[in-house]
Design a protein around this ligand. Structure first.
Ligand code: PGA
Length: 360
């Protein structure tokens, strides 16, 4: 008996219909031509180019060379019998056939992804895949969490995409991941399930030898006079930074814009200015390194990390298990933060531990 067949007794057998059965279901329409002349990989390449708007970006995203991507699209166009993209200036735009094919690809991939999830759920937690999308600053906590999770579930494959808030929201729209970690749930966009799971305090950082280090109750007016380093547009921390200055009718004195928390940390250590960022950024260096935390009025800003996913999304067993794991992980994050900056103890004491679901 081959391994792909299991044995059941006659009563248990759930018979497949045949044409002689009363409940015979006729075969569904089979797209013979496409089955013979196309591959799922070609559809994947096409979907990426369409979504990312460029052959180069699709090649990067799929770890393929550009000639391979072009060849796959040529074969797919030949099979369809119509061009799928056209050049408009320096951009590629989908043709009408391209738009139709994209809609079909989305349906086909969503159906196959649902199938993959159901099959994986049938296998339990011994295998399966967890795809996480996290905002840039959550890279200081997500890998450790995934590491702890994979000790409990070593058979589960993990994929982690780290990018800024705006891109995470785009990924949500195109349903690219199972769960997301964000500093704030997206507003007025999709209906979301939102679970608070760990603290994310924002602090003001300065070089260790800065004259404000050690001063008590510094005002935000004083911070606004100093050269300031800010994250790139699309960053959640950038938005919160501007909001805190705005609330006091102030503007930061921006000297530099950088797309990486690590680069900002080095720029601060190099004396280029101050910044507002998450305490997690100091996770490996600690609060006594070359970058110091300033004692600024109304700081730290007590933000939290949230696990977020669109309400319409059906979570896989693996994703549900990770969500539960994350909600129990809070004390680990709190302990790390307290070790780094014991002053937080009093602030945490006032906080109420709760899980919230925001309905929009
Ligand atoms: P960011 O988001 O890394 O995109 O700035 C972090 C946050 O919103 O706290």
């Amino acid at each position: 008996m081959p391994e792909y067949l299991i044995t059941k007794n006659k009563k248990q057998v759930n018979r497949m219909s045949t044409s002689s059965d009363k409940n015979y279901t006729p075969a569904t329409a089979i797209p013979e031509h496409l089955i013979r002349h196309t591959t799922l990989r070609q559809f994947q390449v096409f979907e990426s180019i369409y979504r990312l708007g460029s052959f180069t970006r699709a090649a990067e995203a799929l770890f393929l060379t550009q000639p391979t991507v072009s060849m796959q699209i040529k074969k797919l166009s030949d099979a369809v019998g119509l061009p799928l993209f056209e050049h408009v200036g320096r951009n590629v735009e989908p043709t009408e056939a391209g738009n139709e094919l994209y809609a079909a690809c989305r349906e086909m991939f969503e159906t196959l992804a649902r199938l993959e999830m159901k099959i994986s759920d049938m296998k339990g937690l011994k295998s399966g895949r967890l795809r996480m999308g996290v905002v840039t600053t959550a890279k200081y906590l997500a890998p450790e969490m995934l590491g702890a999770f994979s000790q409990d579930y070593p058979g589960i494959k993990l994929e982690l995409k780290v990018t800024n808030r705006d891109e995470i929201i785009q990924r949500m729209h195109s349903n690219e991941d199972d769960l997301y970690i964000m500093g704030q749930a997206p507003e007025n966009e999709l209906e979301m399930d939102v679970f608070r799971f760990a603290p994310n305090p924002l602090v003001v950082l300065a070089p260790r030898d800065h004259p404000l280090v050690g001063r008590k109750n510094i005002s935000l007016e004083d911070i606004a006079k100093e050269p300031f380093i800010i994250r790139e547009p699309g960053s959640g921390i950038r938005d919160t930074t501007f909001k805190s200055f705005d609330e006091k009718g102030l503007r930061p004195n921006i000297r530099m814009e950088l797309g990486s928390n690590e680069a900002i940390k080095h720029a601060i250590a190099g004396g280029l200015g101050l910044t507002i960022t998450s305490l997690h950024v100091l996770a490996l260096d600690g609060a006594d390194g070359p970058v110091a935390i300033l004692d600024v009025v109304d700081f730290p800003i007590l933000r939290n990390w949230y696990i977020v996913y669109p309400k319409s999304k059906e979570l896989s067993l693996v994703a549900k298990t990770f969500l539960e794991f994350a909600l129990n992980y809070e004390h680990v994050v709190r302990d790390i933060m307290l070790k780094m900056w014991p002053k937080l103890d009093a602030i945490f004491a006032q906080e109420k531990k709760s899980q919230i679901t925001i309905l929009k």
